[in-house]
Design a protein around this ligand. Structure first.
Ligand SMILES: Nc1nc2c(c(=O)[nH]1)N[C@H]1C(S)=C(S)[C@@H](COP(=O)(O)OP(=O)(O)OC[C@H]3O[C@@H](n4cnc5c(=O)[nH]c(N)nc54)[C@H](O)[C@@H]3O)O[C@H]1N2
Ligand SMILES: Nc1nc2c(c(=O)[nH]1)N[C@H]1C(S)=C(S)[C@@H](COP(=O)(O)OP(=O)(O)OC[C@H]3O[C@@H](n4cnc5c(=O)[nH]c(N)nc54)[C@H](O)[C@@H]3O)O[C@H]1N2
Ligand code: SF4
Ligand SMILES: [Mo]
Length: 719
């Protein structure tokens, strides 16, 4: 705009042009409505302290100026009427949702005094420090918990990517992400980045144009399937059988990497003998995939070098047999010699908040400031010992069970950041368990159904109202700066945590120095500082980052007890589980429970991502909810026809645990015999239909993605 003249007609009608005349300033920030893989750059157009429009930041190399439907609804998120405005203390009965405002000082003093009292009476372990899907405040909460003496830092990752991490850890030590850019073949085993991880879609499509072969394994047809050479449309929960059968083909046909197997692995002969039990014909019966397709995929993956594997954080582990399934899947990487090689799955040590971009930080040292041996056992440690050997957190799924049993010790209080009880299988059981605590604090942006169960509720602000350190895989780093001031009396979570640290861990001298000092401490090996990063509000492209070499195992071995890649897991054997990646049927399936399948003949898979929703977060936004206004279950038209169900009919979706009223969405995207339902819909939350103890025995993971159900038309239901 020309600042000497009046705004032009075009400028006035657009109305959102930055400059002196309009009073609009563009401030750089990030969106954190969805997962930390993304966090797209936002240009916030701010007028008089109010965001009037958002656009994607073009210079952000990760998001390249794009925002999805959720990010575009940022104004609806930030200015939503459900935002918590002040600290609130419960006035009425537990769970009545009646609160009165109190001051920040009163609230923080009360938390500290109540938690110190519980610690004195029942020990620090009786207090759980919990963080839900938000990740950015985790290092500080974990350090606060441990220095307070509690081993119970627990997170949403107990149902997200930690079982995959556990399977990787048991088999390889760590396993790296796929190097799609330099690969010739991508085995995308579960996962649909077009909806769930948009930032890697460009990488996949660019590589595809260069000739990348794609094998897509999953029960649904997704946008990724359209780009695949082979689609293995698998029955949910049977990935282990498919992987073992592919290994059978690869070994029988001599397509495996002999040098790698002979020199760097443990238990190959036992594994070879075991996979002989899974010829493609048998795997066809189990998985529903034609035997010749299994052979085709196995040959393609084993003979196209280098090949890499992409896995969903959890679609293979959200099954009662998930941990071993996932071990069987990832064994294919080592078997074919694609571990830690260019174009395969190279290993890069993760830096800040687990972003593996070659920049090494000190966050594990920061957060794990006390050894496990110096603390009592964690939640779930007796039941999930393998978990506790690999994963540096408690197993959150076990929290409600331990609240009820009081064994091996009582859990009495919880300090939670972003707690959503609908995340748990049998969410009503979790809600009822929370009501048994002596003291529950929930810090959230919105007054959620879970916050209503708390004794004290604190208002957190959103990413556009705070500062945080953001690492991107592209060696791009941002110290974000607030685009607007925190709304109402909300505050950044870190302000709350550091104020509590003053009251609860005064002896922790580093935390007493505050948030920025702690970030500087973690960043120290990178030579970056917060002060320096403040000069680059849109982000800083760190020059000269050296990536580690390939095949580090040749020198260092693997991070397993035997220092080898373990086809037979030493740790699993030690804890009394099968050392081999054995295949068992899902707990509820047409094969394992044929009696139950008579009444519930369809397979239910839940939580496949939709582009407009992120868990519980965006149902309340008008724009995103309008894209799917009612709760819907996806089913194949053939199954619908058999049940006289038409598109958008109201139906009951039932499992042995209960029923929900939802609308039917008829689509060929799901196979006949399968029903798919998104989770967390406040009007029909599918986790009400899943038993709280429907769990994988090794990881404690819920069987979210394979159980049994039936769908029936609700006669006389309103249209
Ligand atoms: N059936 C079924 N259930 C599932 C899944 C499935 O596939 N199927 N998926 C599972 C997976 S992978 C995950 S990750 C979990 C989801 O994990 P949840 O923790 O349930 O995820 P959200 O609902 O996104 O976030 C929890 C809360 O955090 C709040 N929040 C957001 N940002 C902030 C912030 O900066 N500070 C604070 N204090 N609070 C904030 C949100 O408002 C919300 O209330 O669900 C799991 N549940
Ligand atoms: N828009 C949006 N994006 C998100 C989220 C969100 O809620 N919304 N959540 C974020 C979080 S917390 C997570 S954990 C990730 C999840 O990321 P992804 O897991 O990549 O997400 P999905 O799109 O659910 O892809 C999972 C796919 O696995 C398939 N699948 C299910 N069961 C099986 C099985 O037994 N075997 C095989 N081979 N495949 C199976 C499903 O049908 C689905 O197509 O997404 C993140 N991104
Ligand atoms: S919600 Fe959308 S815009 Fe926001 S970070 Fe995720 S992908 Fe990007
Ligand atoms: Mo997740």
């Amino acid at each position: 705009m020309n600042s000497d003249t009046k705004p032009t007609h075009e400028e006035l009608t657009q109305g959102k042009v930055p400059g002196a005349k309009t009073g609009i300033e563009v401030r750089k920030t990030i969106c954190s409505i969805c997962n930390p893989h993304s966090h797209c750059g936002i240009d916030a157009y701010v007028k008089e302290g109010v965001i009037v429009k958002v656009e994607g930041t073009k210079e952000n190399p990760h998001s390249e100026g794009t925002l999805c439907s959720k990010g575009n609804a940022t104004r609806q998120y930030v200015y939503h009427k459900d935002r918590i405005r002040t600290p609130l203390i419960r006035k009425g009965e537990r769970g009545s949702g009646q609160f009165i405002p109190i001051s920040w000082k009163e609230a923080l003093d009360l938390i500290a005094s109540r938690l110190l009292k519980v610690r004195e009476e029942s020990g620090p372990e009786s207090i759980v420090f919990y963080v839900g899907f938000p990740k950015w405040m985790r290092p500080f909460v974990k350090r606060l918990a441990h220095n307070f003496g509690s081993p119970n830092f627990c997170t949403e990752s107990s149902v997200c990517q930690k079982a995959r991490y556990l399977a990787n850890g048991l088999t390889y030590g760590p396993l790296g992400a796929p190097d799609i850019e330099r690969s010739k073949c991508l085995l995308a085993w579960s996962g649909n980045p077009f909806y769930s991880n948009t930032a890697i879609v460009r990488e996949i499509l660019d590589a595809r144009e260069r000739g990348l072969k794609i094998i897509d394994v999953g029960p649904l047809i997704t946008p990724l399937t359209a780009h695949a050479d082979v689609h293995l449309r698998i029955r949910p929960g049977t990935s282990g059988a498919l992987a073992l059968s592919m290994a059978n083909v690869i070994i029988e046909e001599g397509l495996y990497d002999r040098d790698f197997v002979e020199n760097y692995t443990l238990g190959f002969e036992e594994y070879r003998a075991y996979v002989r039990q899974f010829p493609p014909k048998l795997a066809e019966d189990i998985t529903g995939i034609a035997a010749d397709k299994i052979v085709e995929a196995a040959r393609l993956f084993a003979t196209t070098k280098p090949a890499c594997m992409l896995n969903s954080p959890n679609a293979t582990t959200h099954h009662t047999n998930g941990l071993q399934n996932h071990r069987a899947i990832i064994a294919l990487i080592g078997l074919t010699g694609n571990y830690d090689v260019e174009g395969g799955n190279p290993l890069v040590k993760p830096g800040y908040l687990n972003v593996a971009n070659g920049l090494v930080t000190r966050d594990s040292e920061f957060e794990q400031s006390r050894g496990w041996d110096a603390m009592p056992p964690r939640v779930g440690q007796d039941l999930y010992p393998a978990w506790c050997k690999i994963v540096a957190e408690g197993q959150s799924v076990h929290i409600p069970h331990q609240i009820n049993s009081g064994k091996p010790y009582p859990i009495r209080a919880m300090l939670a950041f972003g707690l959503n009880h609908r995340m748990w299988p049998g969410q009503d059981f979790m809600a009822a368990s929370l009501q048994k605590l002596d003291f529950l604090v929930d810090v959230d942006i919105f007054m959620t159904d879970t916050a209503r169960l708390a004794d004290l509720v604190l208002p957190a602000c959103t990413s556009v109202e705070r500062s945080e350190l953001k690492f991107y895989a592209e060696q791009y780093v941002i110290w974000t700066q607030p685009a607007i001031r925190p709304q109402w009396e909300s505050r950044p979570d870190t302000d709350i945590i550091f104020d509590l640290a003053k009251r609860m861990v005064p002896e922790d001298s580093l935390m007493q120095k505050g948030y920025e000092a702690c970030i500087d401490w973690m960043l120290e090996p990178t030579k970056l500082t917060v002060e320096q990063l403040k000069k680059y509000p849109a982000g800083y492209a760190v020059p000269g980052v050296k990536m580690p070499p390939f095949r580090k195992y040749e020198k260092n071995g693997f991070g397993t007890p035997s220092k080898k890649m373990e086809f037979t897991s030493t740790i699993l054997a030690e804890v009394g589980q099968d050392a081999l990646p054995v295949y068992t049927e899902p707990g509820l399936s047409p094969r394992s429970t044929p009696e139950a399948a008579k009444k519930f003949p369809l397979i239910l898979t839940t939580g496949a991502r939709l582009p407009m929703f992120v868990h519980s977060r965006t149902f309340r936004l008008g724009w995103t909810r309008s894209l799917r206004p009612d709760p819907m279950a996806d089913m194949n038209p053939r199954d619908a026809r058999d049940r006289c169900i038409a598109q958008e009919d109201w139906v009951s979706l039932s499992t042995p645990r209960g029923s929900l009223r939802v609308r039917a969405n008829l689509t060929e995207m799901v196979s006949p015999g399968v029903v798919n339902m998104y989770h967390d819909d406040p009007e029909a939350s599918v986790n009400l239909l899943i038993e709280p103890d429907y769990l994988d025995p090794i990881s404690g993971y819920p069987g979210f993605k394979s159980l049994l159900c039936e769908v029936k038309r609700i006669d006389g239901a309103p249209p």
